[in-house]
Design a protein around this ligand. Structure first.
Ligand code: ADP
Ligand code: MG
Length: 699
């Protein structure tokens, strides 16, 4: 299989190279202007692009096109239309107009809208996002689009994401201008999401109702071996996994997704894929596609790719690391320390802005990653705690301390001090410090937000991050805008100093997994929003509403609708889990235990009939244990069902979500304990589902 990778790469993408060759020069220029500066796209340009796109798509085997969008679920949506247009003589021609490219009209009424549906029209429309390239998948031309209601309310994740990128661009430009930078015209945020996942055998998967309905196991005794030997992380890839990863890379490359790094993760059967970073909205689209392709390719290889945050209890769950930075159109990474004092000043201003943003909006960042699945991960021993704090590393922490105390920074080793720039220290980036327990870590020239769940779109956390940083930058600009040039150095220094003093509480370089940190964080007044219902309440607080409506990311209506959708999603997830668990216990596990007990009883009585005074105490012991466990399960089942029914009947969504969290989930855990104990006493051959051992170690 000698493939020419550069040729393969992006072969299914309507990228810049194709556009340049396919479009008339003036049309190409006009489109580029729209893509780069966000200017309005004229209809003649759209028409020209549509023709070129259609021709290219048909050449590459496409028969249909679709407006591809991201409703307020974690999935993408699409409705396919063919290019055919019948002619009067009974033939067809292949048609695609600029109007069809720019705007689509799917029925919005069946997507979650969280109350927006009641007040606004059900009809929605999709609008082309020319900044994310179109591509071909399954013989269909995919056009990335935003999804809005007819009255303009955002019904998707892309619209607020693009709004947040705009907000950051505007505010960051203001700050750069004040700092004397006149060249930069545009600032984008960049994201590289590292994606974790599990692979399990498809045949085994199909025997697990919990995996099928919930994406995670609801019961399951621990396997004799878990991840304690630490032999999986970065371990040799098994042939089946390696074949999968090769296939996956190729499929992603064809779609122009720069899949770069792949390796085994900590847990058995767990792996990771990381792409090279990209502009945020493209990275978000690509991550959605990556998750989809991961599942599809796994199916081809007789496996199932699990993206749930916690598929198995007792071993690590899966997350996503959102590597994030800001980048200028002149190619400067604003979170790169740089070499000159001026670059360092710029870096420190943006660094400190992020620190303040994370401290001011820690609750929103936590909320942006809240889901039923991620609740099993955050705060568990392998994942960052639910407390949002920042890791800076020793070097940078020292730098900030020196600013705070008006001292010159004296660095270690490679670090130098530059006296020219007042007290702003000059240092080189230190890449060696690594802290895997921090939820928000500075890693040399970017921040890595590590609380994201593996299954969720990365849009939400980036919407919050962009907006929170935009807000702080706008405050900075406000403070500095009237400062005369000769006083700017001092003013910047003072601004940095006061910001550091006010927000250093969010910086924590220690081990985030310890109980001491939880106590310490409480003393520092940091949020510790442990569960989704607890976190979501804060979503619509006055402070957060002000931020998000102030920067026009959401209208008040949109914000409240999102709060409702998130609550509803949590409630539905827990309801499905409760029902699935009841079904497995009632229909599969309890009957299997009965059958097994019958076998044991028969064995005992047969033994007795052959050798009358033989001891059957081992059978008797087992029967006693299994009987007790069955009783406990039958009782636990009744409690679970009753509590679920009571919770389901609740009117108030917030109270309902809280009840699922505090009551139903606890019932499920109690029930699980008996089920797992019983499972451990049963032979694999009579168990109605494959064990953890099989699921985790059979590939
Ligand atoms: P690790 O954090 O595992 O050591 P890397 O530092 O190489 O790995 O990068 C992890 C991810 O961060 C990759 O997806 C990479 O493309 C991305 N990344 C690197 N630089 C930036 C940046 N400026 N903005 C956003 N993401 C970035
Ligand atoms: Mg990383």
């Amino acid at each position: 299989m000698a493939q020419n990778i550069p040729e393969l790469y992006g072969s299914l993408v309507f990228n810049d190279k194709i556009m340049r060759t396919k479009l008339p020069k003036d049309m190409y220029k006009a489109l580029k202007k729209t893509i780069e500066n966000g200017t309005h796209l004229e209809l003649d340009v759209a028409n020209s692009v549509a023709v070129a796109m259609k021709e290219w798509a048909i050449e590459n085997g496409a028969t249909h096109y679709t407006h591809w969008f991201q409703p307020m679920t974690n999935f993408t949506a699409e409705k396919h239309d063919s290019f055919i247009s019948p002619t009067s003589d009974g033939q067809v021609i292949m048609e695609f107009s600029g109007k069809e490219l720019v705007k689509g009209e799917p029925d919005a009424s069946s997507f979650p809208s969280g109350g927006l549906r009641a007040t606004f029209e059900a009809r929605g429309y999709t609008a082309w996002d020319p900044t994310s390239p179109a591509f071909i998948k399954d013989r269909t031309l995919y056009i990335p689009t935003a999804f809005c209601s007819y009255s303009g309310e955002a019904l998707d994740k892309k619209t607020p994401l693009l709004r947040s990128m705009d907000a950051l661009n505007v505010e960051a430009l203001k700050v750069l201008r004040i700092l004397g930078n006149k060249d930069v015209k545009h600032i984008t945020t960049t994201v590289g999401p590292e994606q974790e996942y599990f692979l399990v055998d498809k045949e085994l998967y199909n025997k697990r109702k919990d995996l099928i309905f919930c994406g995670r196991t609801l019961i399951g005794a621990p396997a004799p071996k878990g991840q304690e030997m630490e032999d999986h992380y970065f371990g040799t890839l098994k042939p089946r996994v390696s074949a999968y990863m090769h296939d996956l890379d190729e499929e992603l490359w064809k779609l122009g997704i720069p899949a770069k790094t792949k390796h085994n993760e900590v847990a058995p059967a767990q792996h990771e894929l990381a792409p090279v970073f990209d502009t945020t909205n493209v990275a978000v689209d690509h991550n959605q596609l990556t998750m989809e392709v991961m599942k599809k390719v796994a199916d081809k290889h007789g496996m199932v790719c699990l993206l749930h945050e916690k598929p198995f209890e007792g071993i690590n769950g899966s997350g996503k690391h959102n590597n994030w930075s800001m980048s200028t159109d002149t190619g400067v990474n604003l979170l790169d320390p740089g070499k000159t004092p001026a670059e360092n000043t710029q870096f420190l201003v943006f660094l400190v802005a992020v620190i303040k943003a994370v401290d001011d909006y820690a609750d929103l960042l936590r909320i942006s990653v809240a889901s039923a699945g991620n609740d099993h991960r955050l705060g568990a021993n392998e994942a960052p705690p639910a407390i949002v704090s920042i890791f800076l590393g020793d070097e940078l922490t020292e730098v900030l301390k020196s600013i705070e105390s008006d001292k010159f920074f004296v660095g270690h080793g490679a670090v130098q001090m530059d006296i020219g720039a007042k007290v702003l220290p000059h240092f080189v980036k230190d890449n060696t410090d690594r802290n895997r327990t921090s939820p928000f870590a500075f890693t040399g020239n970017k921040f890595e937000f590590r609380m994201l769940g593996s299954s969720s779109s990365v849009a939400n956390p980036n919407i919050i991050l962009n907006t929170a940083v935009a807000e702080v930058l706008s405050q900075f600009a406000e403070k500095l805008k009237d400062v005369p040039a000769e006083e700017m150095d001092t003013a910047v220094h003072n601004l940095l100093k006061e910001t550091i003093i006010a927000h250093k509480r969010v910086i924590f370089n220690g081990n985030g997994y310890t109980d001491e940190w939880v106590d310490e964080a409480e003393k520092r007044g940091l949020y510790n929003l442990k569960s989704t219902p607890e976190a979501l309440k804060e979503f619509v607080s006055a402070k957060n509403e002000e931020l998000l409506t102030g920067h026009k990311i959401f209208t008040k209506g949109e914000l409240h609708s999102r709060y409702e959708i998130k609550l509803e999603n949590y409630v539905k997830t827990l309801h499905i889990e409760s029902c699935t668990m009841a079904e497995i216990i009632q229909k599969d596990l309890l009957p299997a235990i009965s059958t097994y007990m019958e076998q044991i009883a028969r064995t005992a009585s047969l033994k007795k009939s052959v050798v009358p005074d033989i001891s059957v105490s081992s059978e008797a012991k087992l029967l006693t244990k299994l009987t007790a466990l069955s009783e406990a399960m039958a009782e636990g089942l009744d409690v679970l069902k009753a509590d679920t029914a009571k919770t389901e009947a609740m009117e108030d969504m917030q109270a309902k979500a809280e009840s699922y969290q505090s009551v139903v989930l606890a019932d499920m855990e109690t029930l699980r304990a008996s089920a797992d104990e019983a499972e451990a006493l049963m032979p694999d051959s009579v168990l109605p589902y494959p064990t953890y051992g099989k699921l985790l170690f059979s590939i």
